[in-house]
Write a protein that binds this ligand. Structure first.
Ligand SMILES: [Zn+2]
Length: 331
């Protein structure tokens, strides 16, 4: 898959390009992996590669077929997305249309491709309707399901698809992409690339102003927590748990602890994510938090993950602030 808009996933793209070139693209594929890493972009590139005039396994993005597919106007490249005013889903009506088309011959191209984005949002009826066409599609039809939550697909649907996993994008790759393709400055690109968990989507949506505001509150917390009484600490963990965007606050906290560890290891300001707060971070690094920063950063990561489940927010923040306040006596 050579296409200008794609980032990373060289192995997956190589496998797919070879399959397109050799005419061995499976009838049903399932692309899984975190949100925002480019699964849908790769799926759409496969659709273009199947139609591209060059027929060399990739999508040239310059020929007439690629151009129309890129604009969503090629009748043999279909993208099906969830719809709905409040709750998004892919309903049986939409899937029935697709099922009718899957059994047909291509209109113009050598093949037809149906990309179903967020496939886990298919209703059960819709999934069951799709099932039959995944069993014996004509050799010219290919269905690519894209999902960040494949466990929510009907097992019968999942088992008929060949699975291809897409991992998080490496931070270094994200950073250079943000600089070269999106014109971000070096510092901003590094911040976003490091804090977005390998997701280009998250890196592009990252709100740096909100981040810096929350980060400054969190920095103050780190500077003062050692002097707080247990009651003050409980109040602080209540404030934290009530944050509108707790995930962002924890991301900020993790970035600060990371920087404290870097500063402790004598990393200069250019190595910091929060270089604009280098002096205060260096002061913290000289204190007891310096030794504990790496371990504490991991605890923050764990708290963040546990909140993705249904963990009690307040309890999780109590535990976290206790750990932060305990650092001095350990150091
Ligand atoms: Zn082309």
């Amino acid at each position: 898959m050579a296409s200008a808009e794609l980032v990373g996933h060289e192995r997956q793209r190589g496998l797919l390009a070879r399959a397109v070139r050799d005419g061995r693209v499976p009838p049903a594929l399932l692309f899984t992996g975190p949100e925002g890493v480019g699964k849908k972009s790769v799926a759409l590139a496969v659709a273009r590669a199947l139609l591209c005039a060059r027929a060399d396994g990739g999508a040239c993005d310059a020929c007439e077929a690629c151009g129309r597919a890129l604009r969503g106007l090629h009748p043999d490249a279909r993208l099906i997305r969830p719809e709905g005013a409040s709750v998004l889903s892919i309903k049986i009506e939409a899937v029935r249309d697709v099922v009718r088309e899957i059994v047909g011959r291509p209109f113009e191209g050598r093949a037809r491709a149906f990309v179903i984005d967020e496939a886990h949002l298919m209703t059960e009826q819709a999934g069951n309707a799709l099932l039959k066409s995944l069993e014996e599609p004509p050799p010219t039809s290919h269905v690519i399901l894209v999902s960040g939550a494949p466990q929510a697909l009907l097992p019968t649907v999942r088992s008929r698809c060949q699975l291809l996993r897409f991992g998080p994008l490496p931070a270094g790759l994200l950073e250079s992409h943000l600089r070269e393709r999106h014109g971000l400055g070096a510092e901003e690109a590094r911040l976003r690339a490091t804090l977005s968990g390998g997701s280009l989507g998250a890196a592009l949506a990252f709100d740096s102003d909100s981040f810096r505001a929350v980060r400054d509150e969190t920095l103050e917390l780190l500077e003062r927590i050692a002097s707080w009484s247990p009651l003050e600490r409980m109040e602080a963990s209540e404030r934290l748990a009530d944050q509108e965007d707790l995930a962002l606050a924890l991301t900020a906290l993790r970035s600060l602890l990371r920087d404290i560890a870097v500063a402790r290891a004598a990393g200069g300001p250019q190595a910091l994510l929060n270089a604009d707060r280098a002096e205060r971070l260096a002061a913290l690094a000289r204190g007891p938090l310096g030794d504990a920063a790496t371990t504490l950063g991991e605890s923050v990561g764990e708290s963040r993950n546990s909140l993705r489940g249904n963990a009690n927010k307040l309890l999780a923040m109590d535990v976290l602030l206790d750990a932060l306040a305990a650092a001095p006596s350990r150091g």
